[in-house]
Design a protein around this ligand. Sequence first.
Ligand code: MGP
Length: 310
Amino acid sequence: MASSSSLPGPALHASQAAIKAAMAEHPESTMLKESETAEKQQNGDSTIEPGEIQELEVDMQAQAETIRTVFSDPKTFNVKHPLYSPWTLWFDSPATKGRNLPQTPSTAFPQTPLPQTPGAAAAMGWMEDIKRVIQFDSVEEFWGLYHNIVPPSQLPQKANYYLFKDNIIPAWEDEANKNGGKWSIQLPKDKNRNNVDKMWLYTMLAAIGETFDPYLAKPDTPPGTPSLVTGVIVSTRPQFYRLSIWTRLAPGAEEDSIRERVEAIGKHFKMGVLGYSDSQKLAGPLATEVEFLSHKDSEKKGKQAKKIIV
Ligand code: MGP
């Protein structure tokens, strides 16, 4: 299946992960068998008998009565492809600042109480203008959301989308963020108006498909190890866009393994997600390299910040 797909890397990973997760919930489904057969056929595997495909088709027909995925029935599907974890989209812009929106179901950004995550109280001031848009936990809901919100290229100046793992708020103060930092890249608006929407899409897909942290794919990583990534952000500013990846941990002087893992995220962001080459220099007028700054250094506002660049 992977070899025949034209999806970009992060999209492919997210959709493969989703399909695997759906299969785990519905082992009786023939989807995997079908894709394995297709893969065998592509590889010229001669163990496939001519009758095998026909048999699968019969099975699929029987299954169709109970399992309707978005692929087989885009309108009334009853099986969703779960993500590894739920995510929440947050938003702020000059238009949401200082506005107490009424609590009606039709309001795009209803005022909902801030989740009581550890650290939420300390971030109250910062979170005041950031509105929770929606929480989702399946591939279908993600695409539904994606197709119904304004893309970054159309957002007003000084707006931000924050896509964070459920129960983590987009604030330095959150327990999951307070020892971490962010990879970010600044892209001049004039040269990137046509790229930014795709870059943001691939960034979101890498986040929800959990492909950002290569440590998780190592064979000796204990199962259930959480990704270092807590959320991703796109920001529009008068002259540039900024994409950011927030991490749970930031390298200290002595923590080599953390540094390696954080740097791997930055490299994956630069090359796997944004499509630059390893040695490509990106900094220029209004543009930065892909660079990492701990939240503690961000709070210091420029005083002796130790940046890592990939
Ligand atoms: P910013 O929006 O991340 O940076 O933070 P930018 O885009 O360089 O600045 P802008 O003015 O163009 O928006 C801007 C300021 O918001 C910071 O200097 C902090 O004062 C505040 N701030 C940002 N973040 C991410 C946080 C946070 O997580 N917690 C708190 N308390 N303040 C924050």
